[in-house]
Design a protein around this ligand. Structure first.
Ligand code: KG4
Ligand code: ZN
Length: 341
């Protein structure tokens, strides 16, 4: 007899995206993301505004996810939600909503670590998805995170290194802000970088031990460099935008790739998977393709919609926990700092 399908409703609200997804086993049947535009005016995420927007969005987003999946709440096997890490006010909205819904429907509740979800997003079943085999290295690069993780199994992960200050996406966004570009500036830096000379303006790389990262020094050196140059020529940025962006991107990608190469060397694991919004960057994609040819790595990048914050990745963790009977109780609380183990 065929096994019964497991339907998971997943909820993600850790930062500034309110998202709900429905999975049928490891397949995504709906994945709705409401991106909060309000933060653009402020040049970054404003936590208080984020939690208020989650409050407004969560009911319509969940409703739409169920509607698009064409299933009724009564068919759901469990509710999975992001417990952390993230902004406390944002996490509380998703956590309270998930707990109430699971209680109301009398179905199991599954708590999910957002960072683990970015990594397990590689296991969402898709026609063109090539999931990595265990063990592999996962580098999560986004506006909120920069980590290299050794993934031994679905729920056996070890953080090998992480940023000591800014996340890599923040490095892109803050550099863009200094250049007068709107938030989030990462995609724009990437766009201009493709037209410029990456070696025109060399920026120093930080000296950080082990597999950890640091990006705050880079931001400062870009700021001082531009202050100096615009003093001599007020039109310096406009006249050199492509080359400046290409040079910034080149430095950031080199920082990421240096640590990845070090991680591969130390672990002897040549399967490298990336995730998070910065995975969209053309520079990192080219660098990974080159490393495949040059060093024999195999690289894995999920579909872009599963790279940025989304509930489908929460759902895939939910599915694997459901299969293992790993459920949360109604006492579970949100955790702003929640380390993978
Ligand atoms: O994963 P994500 O959507 O949200 C979190 O921060 O968790 O990542 C957003 C980040 C932003 O910092 C954005 O500037 C960056 O990803 N980003 C990029 C590109 N596309 C998005 N950075 C560089 N190049 C891109 N093409
Ligand atoms: Zn994230």
């Amino acid at each position: 007899m065929e096994k019964e399908t497991i339907y998971i409703l997943a909820i993600e609200s850790s930062c500034d995206d309110t998202s709900a997804a429905v999975l049928a086993n490891d397949k995504v049947i709906s994945n709705i993301v409401a991106t909060q535009k309000i933060h653009e005016e402020y040049g970054g995420v404003v936590p208080e505004l984020a939690s208020r927007a989650h409050q407004q969005n969560i009911v319509p987003v969940v409703h739409q996810a169920l509607l698009k999946a064409n299933i009724d709440k009564k068919q759901l096997s469990a509710i999975a939600f992001t417990r952390g890490p993230g902004l406390m006010g944002s996490l509380l909205v998703g956590t309270s909503f998930a707990k109430s819904l699971a209680l109301g429907l009398n179905i199991p509740l599954i708590e999910v670590n957002h960072m683990q979800a970015h990594i397990l997003a590689h296991f969402i079943a898709d026609e063109d998805n090539r999931a990595p085999n265990f063990p592999f290295l996962a580098m999560t690069i986004s506006g909120g995170h920069t980590q290299i993780v050794r993934v031994n199994d679905y729920f056996d992960m070890e953080i090998l290194g992480e940023t000591l200050d800014d996340a890599v996406g923040e490095a892109f966004d803050k550099s863009a802000k200094i250049l007068g570009l709107p938030y989030p500036g990462g995609p724009l830096v990437d766009k201009y970088a493709q037209l410029g000379n990456p070696k025109k303006f060399p920026f120093p790389k930080p000296k950080v031990g082990g597999l950890n990262f640091s990006f705050s020094g880079l931001k400062t050196s870009i700021l001082y460099f531009l202050q100096r140059e615009t003093k001599a020529n007020p039109d310096f940025i406009a006249e050199n935008l492509n080359d400046i962006c290409a040079s910034i991107q080149y430095t950031i990608i080199n920082i990421l790739m240096d640590k990845l190469k070090k991680a591969v060397k130390e672990t002897q694991i040549k399967q490298v998977a990336i995730g998070g919004g910065v995975s969209a960057n053309s520079g990192i994609r080219i660098a990974l393709k080159n490393a495949e040819k040059k060093y024999g790595w195999s690289s894995h990048i999920p579909k872009f919609e599963y790279c940025t914050d989304n509930a489908a990745m929460i759902g895939i963790v939910g599915y694997h926990k459901y299969k293992r009977n790993v459920f949360a109780s109604q006492d579970v609380t949100a955790k702003a700092r929640y380390i993978i183990q």
